[in-house]
Ligand binder design. Structure first.
Ligand SMILES: *Cc1c(COP(=O)(O)O)cnc(C)c1O
Length: 404
């Protein structure tokens, strides 16, 4: 049985969110992107495909992920804080939601080879995992800087049978890995490129958001049971490319009573040259196939981004989020390395949960906003901190105070 795909996001048929988005691709990829678009809309409306996707989310990923009322954290901030526990998913982050959907789609399209890029390694691990499950060949591009700072994830990908290719261009992080993955795709247009965020040419931002939208779908159901209402007052998520935020915002975008807050990585400060705060420091441009906000020099050269968090170390932002922010629907708050580290140690001490460095940026917003005692605040805890232990330990060893 097939219904038609119900479009929820503010995007048109050409993939534009206001003036952002579109598909700026080399001609050699035209056919592949067109095939992907057709297959996505076809299978997103296919009940057999959705059934298989939902069953894997339940039995393999462990969904629904809990919505946890963080009692001690709520007391600290004098409000009601809920954590959406994407950290409890199989492989430790929200990335697996998209990897399952995208690789299932690749399988239906008859693809045999998968390409992916990865920053912190969470998307690479998720993709390698689903490729092992579905018996597909998998190549993951990763910047050499990130390979050094996220070793446990490199080892997991290799054990899962993926080929991890080190990228030595630029500052050897996510942007550079994405460039290499696109280059591979241009050489092998029959391969399926699994993008790890709501970036890239149309239909990727819409497709990845769709596969992540299960997050806000579950939040609504869980809040009804726990609070008697399905809409929180705030939803807070960190933004690299924007996929966990897109999933957490998705079913709330049309409800203006729900305030949407995106935390971007300010690095050493949004007004310094060591930052990844794209909405603060960026200007309109084109990156990886989409028109969006981009950190660039006056003559259009991409500025190398910086963040302590490998998953947020990206000079662009998904076109959906550029649109939500510039239209006033969302608020973007920059959170520095130190503010994120403070928030990470604070969550660990008050709730016994070690968050991913990326998710710690979302938690950092709690110190920057004033909430009312009866507000319901949902923070999307996008991933767990195992991969970041090395960074946390070196902060402690370098005298970072972990008790304020
Ligand atoms: C990859 C990653 C992010 C950033 O990516 P988005 O697409 O912006 O969600 C955030 N948190 C975790 C744990 C990640 O692995």
């Amino acid at each position: 049985m097939t219904q038609t795909f119900r479009r929820v996001l503010p995007v048109d048929d050409a993939g534009y969110y206001g003036k952002f988005g579109g598909a700026y691709i080399p001609e050699i990829l035209n056919r592949s992107v067109e095939q992907l678009r057709d297959a996505f809309y076809r299978y997103a409306s296919d009940s057999d495909f959705n059934l298989q996707y939902r069953q894997l989310l339940r039995d393999y990923v462990g969904r629904p992920s809990p919505l946890y009322r963080a009692t001690r954290l709520s007391e600290t901030y004098g409000t009601n804080i809920y954590l959406k526990r994407e950290d409890l998913n199989h492989t430790g982050a929200h990335k697996i939601n998209n990897a399952i959907g995208s690789v299932l789609l690749a399988k239906r399209m008859g693809k045999t080879r998968i390409i992916a890029e990865t920053g912190a390694g969470q998307h690479g691990v998720a993709t390698a995992t689903v490729c092992a499950l579905m018996n597909l060949e998998c190549t993951v591009y990763m910047g050499a800087t990130d390979i050094a700072r996220q070793q446990p994830n490199v080892q997991r990908m290799e054990m899962l049978g993926a080929k991890v290719v080190a990228v030595h261009s630029g500052n050897k992080t996510l942007k550079d890995a994405t460039n290499e993955a696109i280059r591979d795709w241009c050489c092998h247009p029959d391969s399926f490129y699994v993008i790890g965020s709501t970036v890239g040419p149309h239909p990727y931002p819409e497709m990845v958001a769709y596969f992540q939208s299960v997050i806000s779908e579950e939040i609504k159901k869980q809040l009804i049971v726990m609070e008697g209402r399905e809409n929180p007052d705030y939803v807070i998520a960190c933004i690299g490319g924007g996929s966990n935020a897109a999933g957490a915002f998705y079913h709330f975008i049309d409800n203006k009573d729900v305030r949407l807050i995106a935390a971007e990585a300010a690095g050493k400060g949004a007004d310094t040259d060591m930052t990844a705060a794209t909405m603060c420091a960026g200007k309109e441009g084109i990156i990886h196939g989409a028109r969006t906000m981009v950190m660039q020099t006056p003559d259009g050269q991409i500025i190398e981004p910086y963040s302590i968090s490998a998953g947020l170390d990206y000079p662009g932002i998904g076109p959906l989020h550029a649109y939500l922010a510039t239209s006033g629907r969302s608020e973007v708050i920059p959170v520095t390395d130190d503010e994120a580290l403070n928030a990470a140690f604070n969550l660990t001490h008050t709730e016994g949960i070690i968050p991913a460095l990326e998710s710690a940026h979302a938690l950092g917003v709690l110190d920057k906003k004033k909430f009312a005692p009866d507000d319901i605040v949902v923070v999307n805890l996008s991933g767990r901190g195992d991969k970041d232990m090395h960074t946390y330990m070196s902060c402690i060893n370098n005298g970072f105070s972990t008790t304020n």
